[in-house]
Design a protein around this ligand. Structure first.
Ligand code: 5MY
Ligand code: ATP
Ligand code: ZN
Length: 447
């Protein structure tokens, strides 16, 4: 399949993250109805790697050497697809993962799309990046914000949740000074840094440990907190269009969040038989029943040593002196880390592979779409959830998105960011259950 300039009018802007733009389909081709197109972006002013170049570095090819299709990739799309298909899909269950298929896209098609969607993209995203028009392929994926086959007269509501890390690390390689990491979630600590950096205007009370708890009431609590402060962790779609949450993947550029928006959501949702509160309850019910987050948590826990351990092992792989150990004077710590540096290459590769897979699992999103069951019958590929309060049964379908491979060279960034988050939390975060100065300031500003 080749998409030509005359096809561009059938694709509309659906959203974007740091690396990709996602388009929805509004044309009439049966093979495209119910699909989205995920197109790669390139940072403005940054040159792209020429076609034909291997996507992975030599060290990355070592880490992923068991996955032949991945190591030989000369296109990011092919690599993304291979990683999802051969790694993430096995871990998360293929029924919740769609690796997509590659379609050819002409330069003229991409240029036409770029022109059509420009006004809908968040300005800061337009300033930072554009569609990579020299890229010859894009990924065609099922649109997870709708349930295909939903009768025309019925409605489909979907949520997108970016759960982030759902466990507290317990690695023995976490230094005593950072012991707080074992008690406070990374999400919470990161909130304080983001507030300080002006990336968010309010601390979210969402607790990933609630969402991953496996307990219905705590899951419900988490969903309610996400709704109260969605940032880039929560969105609602109505018949495939975003009605609540931030457009463009930013942290705090929420398009619909006012009280009015809440009313609008209620209006929109009620024809499907749901009120807002029941809808949030239904989301919690689906997560609880499906157990879909159990596998995500297991995959996140492939990060066994925490970045404070994995960073040393990373230096084994790239065969360079460990920058962390170089700056250490504590003999006991040096001794502890010398064990990590004595690991074999095979053991080191396994640890770093696990860390990178876990990093993908900590950053992906979950989309759950709902429609009413017709006469109590389930759609063939859906599960169902019902609400005690309304006695109404709903079909739902849950899928993971954004399962991209993280670059090996990001390990150093991960280490630095981790230290920055903890250091900042220790100096400015909550102390002994009392709100921090930052929280108080944010509260005062808001009121
Ligand atoms: O490091 P984190 O936890 O802040 O995660 C980054 C995300 O920030 P978040 O805190 O979720 O707002 C960040 O999200 P935003 O761009 O802020 O919406 C990206 O998902 C980034 O991944 P990548 O660089 O695009 O591969 C994410 O980077 P990775 O750490 O997943 O590589
Ligand atoms: N299969 C899909 N169905 C429906 N909507 C989708 C799908 N894939 C992506 N989207 C929408 O497009 C947005 C951007 O997609 P995605 O997260 O894949 O981009 P990204 O650039 O890889 O993100 P990141 O910033 O995490 O790297 C998502 O947040 C979601 O709202
Ligand atoms: Zn070291």
């Amino acid at each position: 399949m080749l998409l030509r300039p005359e096809d561009a009018k059938d694709w509309f802007y659906k959203g974007e993250g740091a690396a990709n733009i996602v388009l929805g389909y509004c044309g009439s081709s049966l093979s495209l109805v119910g699909k989205v197109l995920r197109i790669q972006k390139v940072a403005k002013g940054r040159s792209r790697s020429p076609n034909g170049c291997l996507v992975l570095s030599n060290h990355e090819r070592l880490v992923w050497r068991d996955i032949g299709e991945l190591v030989e990739c000369t296109s990011k799309d092919v690599a993304a697809r291979a990683f999802i298909q051969h790694v993430m899909s096995n871990l998360l269950d293929s029924k919740h993962v769609d690796a997509g298929i590659l379609v050819h896209v002409s330069k003229e098609f991409l240029e036409a799309v770029e022109g059509n969607i420009k006004s809908q993209r968040p300005p800061w995203r337009v300033d930072a990046s554009k569609i990579d028009v020299l890229h010859e392929s894009a990924l065609l994926i099922s649109d997870h914000s709708i349930i295909s086959g939903t009768p025309k007269h019925d409605l489909c509501i979907a949520v997108e949740i970016k759960p982030k890390c759902g466990f507290l690390p317990s690695s023995e390689y976490i230094v005593e000074a950072n012991a707080v990491k074992k008690h406070v979630t990374r999400f919470k600590m990161h909130q304080f840094l983001k507030l300080h950096q002006g990336k968010i205007s309010q601390i979210s009370l969402y607790d990933p440990l609630d969402l991953f708890s496996g307990l219905k009431d705590r899951i419900h609590l988490a969903i309610t907190a996400l709704f109260a402060c969605p940032q880039n962790n929560f969105r609602i779609f109505f018949n495939g269009s975003l009605i609540f949450g931030g457009l463009g993947g930013g942290l705090d550029n929420t398009v619909v969040q006012s009280h009015k928006a809440e009313e609008a959501i209620v209006d929109l949702i009620s024809p499907s038989g749901l009120q807002l509160a029941s809808f949030l309850e239904l989301v919690a019910e689906a997560i609880f029943r499906s157990g879909i987050l159990d596998k995500l948590l297991e995959t996140q826990q492939l990060d066994v040593l925490d970045i404070e351990g994995a960073i040393h092992v990373y230096y084994n792989i790239i065969s360079q002196p460990c920058v962390v150990c170089k700056n250490l004077i504590d003999a006991e710590l040096l001794h502890q880390y010398s064990f990590l540096h004595s690991l074999s290459l095979e053991e080191s590769l396994k640890i770093v592979r696990g860390y990178l897979i876990a990093a993908t699992a900590k950053d992906c999103s979950l989309m759950i779409s709902f429609s009413r069951t017709e006469d109590g019958h389930n759609a063939s590929d859906c599960n169902s959830a019902s609400l005690k309060s309304s006695n109404q049964c709903y079909n739902y379908k849950a899928c993971f998105i954004d399962l991209d491979l993280k670059p090996l060279e990001k390990m150093v960034h991960y280490y630095k960011l981790d230290q920055k988050i903890v250091d900042f939390y220790k100096t400015s975060g909550e102390t002994e259950g009392k709100p921090s100065i930052l929280e108080v300031e944010a509260h005062l500003e808001k009121n």
